[in-house]
Design a protein around this ligand. Structure first.
Ligand code: SF4
Ligand code: SF4
Length: 537
């Protein structure tokens, strides 16, 4: 039976009724060998206790997990603070960072719906209305018209364009702000240049800065922990120094090379900052950087200062104030060491936050040169500064384009020039480059582990990436052939690891994943044993 279409005004009605039930039948079919349905239900159902405790009437998924208010007064207070925050978003003075882009995006849309076809979440979900890129913006526009524009209440009565500003609307909007990866594919397709990733960002900002509502992995365990302890992974400076020792041992064990990792070396050319998730989950990546930088005789250092060894800046996804605090910390650490520039390792959002967005905040002396590691690696590989043997990488390799670095920053070619040179069986995904689909872990999703949200991001947010991966490797799909998805971004790797687990892509089909620099080290002539070990982690 065809389900009833969810209307814009439904967001404020029937507070206890779920707007959408996610079923396996609705989801976009996947290519062989995954097929049509997959896991059923695709997203674990919430327990009765969870339903009682948290607001879940959007789609039965909990990303933020907002506790249910205890009284009508509490609800009313929250509704009022939403309206106050919304006013600030629409004020140039209060929202100087993104006011212009927000207003242009809200006011230019001509409702052509071209963006729907660009959005991986809308398509993968089986075209569910609530995930349509413009759905949340239409809700906001109706609230603005009715509650903030002059004569709004009178006109909305006449037009019947009614969205009630009540707690149900706010609670559903808060979860809906976490059903978009901010990949901004929709913005690239929109003939008017409206940016629904930006609208999602602004909405999250309103919830965080005005109401103290944010995903705990981004705020309490993310930026707050980073500024207090040193890293969003909880690594403190002492633990970082221990990790450095383990890494030196690890490099010697794997390659026979004795490398002393430079830490806090004043006056070095480059301060290299990694997403600290690399040290815990994929130490082979920062180890590979050390091997390559030493082989190329680069003057570089790591930092053991608070936040100096952690490139992440989750503020970029939900809170301008937190973003600014972390960007300043990064600049301060680099200036204290007297390095010439900061190079950000394989992490997309960190690169965008520090190299591009921080330009609005880091002025004067704080504006130290900053760049992505990818062009640095391109120079080393493509200008013959390393001795490499491509035959060592003779297995099928494809490339995932991290949205933040590729579509949003234009770093498109360096990683492909490297792969074309060192991987004889390199093949592109379709679509790729600036048209590529998000891995489904963007905007913080990759680290968000609470309740049944990881199921949602595998079943829906990352579904398009699974489709692309399977299509790319159809001719070599046998599990006997090891295949490699190169993802030069820490958060993308986290999401891809979870996706491949959810769909059994490594176990059953031999599809592995990893970073870019590991392939470079794997091709180094003077390393005897393969650097890529095909051990799942
Ligand atoms: S493509 Fe642009 S103009 Fe068309 S509906 Fe989407 S946001 Fe609006
Ligand atoms: S930013 Fe990406 S996920 Fe969000 S609405 Fe646009 S296309 Fe969809």
């Amino acid at each position: 039976m065809k389900r009833k279409k969810v209307r814009i005004e439904d967001i404020s009605q029937d507070a206890d009724k779920q707007l959408l039930d996610i079923t396996a039948e609705d989801l976009m079919p996947l290519p062989f060998p995954c097929g049509k349905t997959g896991k059923n239900p695709p997203v674990k159902l919430l327990s009765e206790e969870q339903k009682k405790a948290y607001e879940c009437s959007l789609d039965g998924v909990l990303a933020v997990g907002i506790p249910k208010p205890k009284s009508k007064e509490e609800e009313d207070k929250l509704v009022q603070s939403f309206l106050n925050g919304f006013k600030k978003l629409l004020s140039q003075e209060d929202n100087w960072t993104f006011w212009q882009q927000l207003m242009l995006s809200l006011e230019s849309c001509v409702s052509c719906q071209t963006c729907n076809e660009a959005c991986p979440i809308y398509l993968a979900s089986g075209e569910q209305e609530i995930y349509r890129p413009t759905y949340r913006a239409e809700v906001l526009c109706r609230i603005k018209k009715k509650y903030l524009d002059k004569g709004g209440k009178f006109f909305t009565k006449l037009t019947g364009n009614d969205v009630e500003l009540n707690w149900a609307t706010i609670a559903r909007l808060a979860e809906l702000a976490y059903r978009c990866t901010m990949c901004r594919r929709c913005a690239q397709w929109c003939p008017m240049g409206s940016d629904y990733g930006l609208i999602t960002h602004e909405l999250r900002k309103l919830f965080s800065q005005e109401m103290g509502i944010a995903a705990k992995e981004l705020h309490a365990l993310g930026t707050v922990q980073q500024l207090k302890v040193g890293a969003s992974t909880g690594i403190n400076p002492e633990a970082f120094r221990n990790i450095i020792e383990f890494m030196e041992e690890g490099i010697e064990e794997k390659t026979g090379k004795e490398i002393k990792l430079p830490v806090d070396k004043e006056g070095a050319e480059i301060l290299l900052i990694h997403n600290s998730g690399e040290y815990l989950s994929w130490p082979e990546n920062p180890e590979a950087f050390a091997i390559i930088f030493e082989a190329a005789k680069i003057s570089w250092t790591l930092s053991s200062e608070l936040a100096g060894y952690e490139a992440t800046n989750y503020g970029v996804w939900y809170d301008d104030v937190q973003l600014a605090r972390i960007a300043h910390k990064h600049s301060e650490v680099a200036r204290k060491l007297g390095v010439k520039k900061i190079v950000v390792g394989e992490c997309g959002h960190s690169t965008k936050a520090l190299v591009v967005i921080a330009d609005r905040i880091l002025t004067g002396e704080a504006n130290i040169p900053r760049e992505s590691a990818l062009p640095v690696l391109e120079d080393l590989v493509c200008n013959g500064k390393l001795k490499l043997d491509p035959k060592k990488n003779d297995f099928p390799v494809t490339l995932h384009d991290p949205c933040n670095m590729v579509r949003l920053m234009g770093i498109v070619e360096p990683q492909r020039r490297i792969l074309r040179q060192i991987c004889p069986q390199f093949r592109e995904m379709e679509p790729h480059g600036v048209d590529n689909y998000c891995c489904g872990g963007g905007s913080g999703f990759a680290i968000m582990q609470s309740m049944n949200f990881p199921d949602w991001r595998s079943a829906i947010a990352g579904r398009m990436k699974v489709k692309q991966t399977l299509e790319t490797f159809q001719d070599v799909i046998s599990p006997e052939i090891n295949k490699y998805v190169c993802a030069p971004c820490s958060n993308c790797k986290g999401q891809i690891r979870d996706l491949f687990n959810y769909y059994d892509l490594w176990e059953k089909h031999g599809i592995f994943y990893g970073g870019l620099i590991e392939l470079i080290v794997n091709a180094l002539v003077d390393i005897k044993e393969p650097y890529i070990t095909w051990e799942w982690h």
